[in-house]
Structure formats: structure tokens, C-alpha cells
Design a protein around this ligand. Structure first.
Ligand code: ARG
Length: 495
């Protein structure tokens, strides 16, 4: 049963029949067969082959081979004619793969093997293209190029979501929308909705920064390290690095082929971002509940129930929350894979790709869906203001009013706490806010002037320290947020 279900030679694990076998059937069984007399077992191939997932690096693999072949010609290990023929064959292989015309052979263990096998079928000189190179430095180079590109694309999407949050924040700011801020998920002090939305945007900007850090450590070429110890041939690693647009070249061949820090860095940045998206998702789940009633999701970003006709479910927000689990798992998994590895290359390192690819795909899906959700979500100003304008939410402000008139904060806290306690003694819940106002108005240290702090909107309007949640401070913050978003956008465009 397992043998039938398992792709035996690295084709994608789906129900499609194995692709037709190309002419290589008559060619060498594997790149390393010369050392062996026996053929590989199917179970070995099923476990070992990575073509099913590393195919998606085909463009990077071919770019690396082009750069390597140009360097080989430049140092005299290939003639210019051989170089041109091999590059033409590589161009053809790239088109075949891109157009879905590539015939994958059962001996194609991975994308490197497949490209070399096909290029050699097209051009005899391609038998020279692996000169001075190992799949160990090749795969590390391919994956760094892939990661660099994926980070750039994802950075753009994260900035897009942050820009959406900033735009909705501006809208909320002009409409004077406010909501209760929470600690311990208990209503605490009012803040502008703009402030709350911007808080998520700042977190996403840190994710972009973290991805930028990971990118910087990714941007180092390992090509030329060979299997582990460099080469006896006059290779020029700087030339291939420059041609592939790397910012730096490896310093140590052992480190070059063993280093997967950049994958771990990227997985951490993605897991952290997934956690931010999850926290935003969790709030949207809460806010869209009848109990909060702060938002109504657009139909395009909500789902229904197959049984309960009245339901509107926040699946996008829930999946934003749920997907964080796998992102954290991938990071933990890769770290565990790396922790016991001796230098240099070990096949364990093949386990770097699936977590990376799926983490990138997962964050991409979540960001795009959350961006659409945030663009279309409707905010319910009234439901939010009901909590934000509750006189109890201004309790700290009353204490601070006393402090401004000379009372030590601890005493002021005690005075207001006493009034709160008395108001809460009121058996009718709905009259408690009014009761608090009454107690403040008649208190000898407070009075009608202090009671004005309890008027609707007053507590929101008066939070004006730098970075605070009131409208004056938020106006400054939104300017700074726009500037930070523009700078992050420019940094990305300049790469
Ligand atoms: N598919 C392999 C990987 O992803 C390529 C490197 C193979 N190297 C080797 N020495 N067998 O790591």
C-alpha cells in the first residue's frame, strides 16, 4: 500500500500519474552511479528524492548553473563555445520546466540532478558543467537565491497590509472613533480606533525589519565551496557571487555548505509575523462576536454555517490565528534538525526546504486574506464608543486630576477607588455609571469640574502624551507611521 501511494522518484505527492519517462532511461542511473554496482531501492528513492518539493527552485538552480559555467569559461576551464552551448541548453531546460514540458526521469533525485541530466541530453558539453562544484554548494546557493526573492515578495505583502491598517486608522481618526482599550481583556482606558489599528501596523513594520535582517544574512554566496573544502581548480567564487547579485562571498567552505542560519532566521521572522497576524486575527474574532459587536465582516471575507442559517463566521481571522501554530512548529523543527549536525553537509539539511516553502506560502495566504478583510471590514462606532465613554473608564483620569492639584497618586487612587466601590454597590447595573458621576460631582475634593472628565469622549480626547491613544498624539503618530511605511517601501524598492 505504501509503495503504491508514495511517489517513487520525487514527483509531486498528488494523484496525478507519474509523468512520461524521458530519454534518460537509457542514460546513467544517477549522477553518482559509477561508484555502485547495485541499483537504488525504491524505498531509498522514496525517502531520499527531493524533486517533489525542490522543483520550485528550478529558476534559481539554472541561474546558478549559468553563473558557474560563465565563471568556468572565464578561468579557462571551458571554451567560450562550450559555455555558449551549455547556456543555450540551460535556457531550453528552463523553458521546458516553465512551460510544463519537462520530462522528469525516475533517476532525477532533485532539481540539480534533473537540470544537469536534461542539459546534458541537449548538449554534450553540459557534462562539464558540474566541474569544481558539488550539489552541496549548489543547493545552498539555490536556496539563498530563492529565500532572498521570497523575502522581497513577502515584505511587499506585509507592507501592503500595514498600509491598509494605516489607511483605516486615518479614516477612524477623522471620524473620532474610539474604543475601550483592554488589559487582562477587561475594559481599561479609552483609545482611538486609529491608535489600536496603528499598533498592529507597527508590529508588522518590525516583521519587515526582521525579514530585512534575515535577508542580509541570506545574501552571501556559498558557490565555490564545492562539497566541503573548495577545489584544486582555479575557481573564482567572487565572480559567481557578483553575477548572481550576492552582497558577499563565503569565508569558509565548511561553513558555506553547512550554514542554514538564514533559513532559521527567516523561519523565526515568519513565525513572529505569524504570531502578529494571529493576534490581529484573535481581536477580529472577538470584535465580530455579538458580545463585542465592534465590527461587521464583509461577506467576501466571512463564511456561513452549513446548519445554522443565521451564522456569519470569521474564518479568515481564525485561520490567521490557527496558522501561527504550524509556523512556530516549522521553526522548532528546523532548529531540532540542525542542532546535532557535524560539519559539513549532511542529508538532514534537505529538511530545510519544506518548512521554509510552506512558511512563506502560509504567511502569504494569511496576509493577503487579512488585507482584504481589513480593507472591507465595517467598524461600529457606537458599540465601541459605548465602552470607551463609560465613566468607569475615566477612573484613572479622575485620580490624575487630583494629582494635578497636589494629592499623592496613592491617596488619589484610594479616593477614586472608594467612589467606584460605592457606585458598584448600586444594585441596578445600568444606573452605576450615573451613580459614579453623581458621587464625583458631590465629592468635596472633586466636584462638577472633575465630573466633566466623565463626559462622553473626554477621556479619549485628553490622552495627549507622546505616543498616547488620544487624537492629538495619534495625529503625530500617524505621520510617523506613514513616514516609516514610506521608508520601508523605499528600502524594499532599492534592493
Ligand atoms: N537535495 C539535496 C538537498 O536538498 C541536494 C544536496 C545533495 N547533496 C548530497 N551530498 N547528496 O540538500
Amino acid at each position: 500500500m505504501f509503495a503504491d501511494d508514495t511517489p517513487a522518484h520525487g514527483t509531486p505527492a498528488d494523484d496525478t500519474p507519474p509523468p512520461p519517462i524521458g530519454p534518460s532511461r537509457t542514460g546513467p542511473a544517477t549522477l553518482w552511479q559509477g561508484r555502485f554496482t547495485g541499483a537504488p531501492a525504491d524505498a531509498l528513492a522514496a525517502l531520499n528524492d527531493s524533486l517533489g518539493f525542490d522543483q520550485r527552485m528550478f529558476a534559481e538552480d539554472i541561474a546558478v548553473s549559468r553563473a558557474h559555467v560563465s565563471m568556468l569559461a572565464a578561468v579557462g576551464l571551458l571554451t567560450d563555445g562550450e559555455r555558449d552551448d551549455i547556456v543555450a541548453a540551460l535556457d531550453e531546460v528552463e523553458i521546458e520546466i516553465a512551460e510544463g514540458r519537462m520530462f522528469w526521469a525516475p533517476t532525477d533525485e532533485d532539481i540539480h540532478t534533473a537540470v544537469e541530466r536534461r542539459a546534458t541530453e541537449l548538449c554534450g558539453a553540459a557534462a562539464k558543467m558540474h566541474t569544481g562544484r558539488s550539489r552541496n554548494d549548489q543547493v545552498a546557493t539555490d536556496l539563498r537565491l530563492w529565500t532572498r526573492r521570497a523575502i522581497d515578495e513577502l515584505t511587499g505583502l506585509l507592507l501592503g497590509l500595514a498600509r491598509t491598517l494605516a489607511a483605516r486608522a486615518r479614516e477612524a481618526q477623522s471620524a473620532g472613533m474610539r474604543l475601550p482599550g483592554y488589559t487582562h481583556l477587561q475594559q481599561a482606558q479609552p483609545v482611538g480606533l486609529a491608535h489600536h489599528l496603528a499598533a498592529h501596523a507597527w508590529a508588522l513594520l518590525r516583521d519587515v525589519e526582521r525579514l530585512g535582517d534575515a535577508r542580509r544574512r541570506t545574501d552571501v554566496s556559498p558557490l565555490g565551496a564545492g562539497a566541503l573544502a573548495g577545489s584544486t581548480l582555479p575557481l573564482d567564487p567572487s565572480a559567481t557571487a557578483a553575477e548572481l547579485g550576492f552582497a558577499a562571498v563565503f569565508e569558509n567552505s565548511l561553513d558555506a555548505v553547512s550554514d542554514r542560519d538564514y533559513v532559521a532566521d527567516t523561519l523565526f521572522a515568519l513565525a513572529m509575523s505569524g504570531i502578529h497576524l494571529s493576534r490581529l486575527g484573535e481581536e477580529l474574532v472577538l470584535w465580530s462576536s455579538a458580545e463585542f459587536g465592534f465590527v461587521v465582516l464583509d461577506d467576501a471575507f466571512a463564511t456561513g454555517s452549513s446548519m445554522m442559517p443565521q451564522k456569519k463566521n470569521p474564518d479568515v481571522a481564525e485561520l490567521a490565528r490557527g496558522k501561527a501554530g504550524r509556523l512556530i512548529g516549522y521553526l522548532a523543527g528546523l532548529l531540532a534538525t540542525l542542532k546535532g549536525l557535524p560539519l559539513a553537509y549532511n542529508k538532514d539539511l534537505q529538511e530545510d526546504k519544506e518548512p521554509l516553502f510552506d512558511s512563506i506560502d502560509t504567511v502569504r495566504l494569511v496576509v493577503l486574506a487579512l488585507d482584504g478583510l481589513m480593507q472591507t471590514v465595517e467598524f461600529h462606532a457606537q458599540a465601541m464608543a459605548a465602552g470607551a465613554d463609560d465613566p468607569f473608564a475615566a477612573a484613572t483620569d479622575l485620580a490624575e486630576w487630583l494629582v494635578a492639584r497636589g494629592m499623592p497618586f496613592r491617596d488619589a487612587h484610594g479616593v477614586i477607588a472608594g467612589l467606584v466601590r460605592r457606585a458598584l454597590d448600586e444594585p441596578d447595573v445600568s444606573s452605576r455609571p450615573h451613580r459614579l458621576t453623581e458621587l464625583v460631582t458631590t465629592h468635596p475634593d472633586l466636584g462638577p469640574e472633575a465630573a466633566r472628565l466623565l463626559a462622553p469622549g473626554a477621556a479619549y480626547l485628553s490622552r495627549s502624551t507622546p505616543g498616547a491613544g488620544g487624537p492629538d498624539a495619534v495625529a503625530v503618530q500617524l505621520e510617523r507611521l506613514d513616514a516609516a511605511l514610506a521608508a520601508a517601501g523605499d528600502a524594499q524598492a532599492g534592493r
